[in-house]
Design a protein around this ligand. Structure first.
Ligand SMILES: *Cc1c(COP(=O)(O)O)cnc(C)c1O
Length: 473
């Protein structure tokens, strides 16, 4: 592709992107296609000779686009959002254009120093003390793995990295029954072993029960095991349940256990001073992760990881082969030593564009509006005799089911709600996902998409009510 062709197609693509953003609400949120619908349209072999860009772009529109789930659709109420925004996309375009590999300061000084500054901004935006240092990771899963690996190294005096596990020391890790699967994955990868992950019972609000945590830790110590790390969820994936940090902090202190806070989604709400109650004492944690790529208008991927002891993190991961040695020494951060992979994308750029374009007050206004819409809908549901909230809704995630007084059998209620769920998602006008809470089929409605307005929430709710009531007839 010549520079002139790039310019022409680039302009065409930006026009397409702007149209997409303006009109995404007219597309089905989710495609209604069977498995293999896309792959069967793609040639089995790559082209041997060059193909013109217009033909590639045509295929993008005719083959790929109809098979996409539109995460930026304002009626996307599923999972957690992976929301984006125009300034974020522009930042991502420049990241791709620069194509820099930001593994060390020397390989792109501006990328390193911007990341350092933007993470300081983010730290103050969420009210963390300046004793924390931030680094951008790809995902919360990676950050949680980094936390467990760092805890392991610190606890073993950095011996596991050198010699592997000692046969007479066994570590245990703790999280609640409602914790994200990434904790279990990290425990497996870190060599702790899944049998040594303790899933602590939860209370009626699906939050970790601190006395049960204390009991589990004490039992493990009596058995000669070494409690290593507690992962507290600030906003579980199922229902945004909030593990009670002050009690957990006290237990971790008493037993010298690393405390990692997984605030992947709800941590974004900490930019709102009125929401800081969700993570009281978070400044006493050893590490914290939250995802601007979920709810801070920054397109996937961008995960913010904060640690109290950056030295321990770097000591866990640092490597220094001859070909990576540079003369700057301690005066710069070499982020290759702050996580797992060597190569790193320039992710700070899009975050910088987003924070500057919206301003902190602009981002706060977006999140506040999401929470307000969700709180209004939750109280509407509470007031209706045939709908039931199945968990507290502290922020913008509503867990509910349709429960007409005529249906009392647990299995029948599950079947009714599974049917309702399938009907709601069937025509592509909205997209909800589900979970199980205390064994009950639970619909989850998350109001956090960048472009969601009251009208989308109203339309979704009207459809939920009418579809549900038509089922009961
Ligand atoms: C989404 C989520 C994760 C995983 O996030 P990734 O960035 O996709 O790895 C972890 N924990 C919680 C609580 C989550 O909601």
């Amino acid at each position: 592709m010549t520079p002139d062709e790039f310019r022409t197609y680039g302009h065409e693509l930006v026009d397409w992107m702007a149209d997409y953003m303006a009109n995404v609400d007219t597309l089905p949120v989710k495609p209604d296609i069977p498995p293999r619908a896309i792959i069967d349209q793609l040639p089995a072999a790559p082209p041997d000779t060059p193909e013109p860009f217009p033909r590639i772009f045509d295929d993008f529109r005719s083959i790929i686009l109809p098979g996409m789930t539109h995460w930026q659709h304002p009626s996307f109420f599923a999972y957690f959002p992976a929301n984006s925004s125009p300034p974020s996309v522009l930042g991502e375009m420049l990241t791709a254009t620069l194509g820099a590999q930001c593994m060390s300061w020397a390989t792109s000084p501006a990328a390193t120093e911007l990341e350092q500054r933007v993470m300081e901004w983010l730290r103050s935006m969420i009210g963390l003390p300046a004793s924390f240092t931030g680094v951008i990771q790809d995902t919360a899963s990676t950050a949680t793995l980094c936390a467990i690996l760092t805890a392991r190294e610190q606890r073993s005096g950095f011996a596991v990295n050198e010699r592997g596990f000692s046969p007479d020391e066994r570590y245990t890790v703790y999280c609640s029954l409602e914790a994200h699967s990434s904790v279990e994955k990290a425990v497996k990868i870190a060599g702790i072993g899944r049998e040594y992950l303790r899933k602590i019972p939860v209370d009626a609000a699906y939050a970790m029960d601190p006395p049960a945590l204390e009991t589990a830790i004490a039992a493990d110590i009596r058995s000669g095991l070494t409690p290593l790390c507690v992962v507290a969820a600030i906003g579980t994936t199922g229902s945004t349940a909030l593990d009670p940090l002050p009690a957990i902090v006290a237990i971790c202190r008493r037993h010298r256990v690393w405390l990692h806070c997984d605030a992947a989604f709800a941590g974004n709400a900490l930019i709102l001073p009125e929401c800081r109650w969700i993570a009281k004492d978070i400044g006493s944690a050893d590490s914290i992760v939250f995802n601007p790529h979920k709810w801070m208008l920054t397109n996937f991927d961008c995960s913010a990881y904060f640690v109290r002891d950056a030295g321990a993190l770097v000591r866990t991961f640092e490597i220094l082969p001859e070909y990576l040695k540079t003369p700057e020494g301690d005066r710069v951060n070499n982020y290759r030593d702050w996580g797992i992979q060597l190569g790193r994308r320039f992710r700070a750029l899009k975050l910088w564009f987003v924070i500057r374009s919206y301003g902190v007050s602009g981002l706060q206004a977006v999140l506040r509006n999401h929470i307000a819409m969700a709180q209004t809908l939750a109280s509407t549901m509470r007031s209706m005799p045939d709908f039931e909230l199945l968990a507290p809704a502290p922020l913008n995630v509503i867990c509910f089911r349709y429960a007409p007084p005529s249906v009392t059998d647990a299995a029948a209620l599950d079947a009714l709600n599974a049917k309702l769920h399938a009907l709601l998602n069937a025509d592509g006008t909205m997209f909800l996902t589900h979970t199980k809470l205390a064994g009950r089929y639970t619909l989850r409605l998350v109001i956090g998409q960048t472009n969601v307005r009251q009208s989308h929430v109203d339309a979704a709710w009207a459809r939920i009510v009418s579809t549900a009531r038509s089922l009961a007839e």
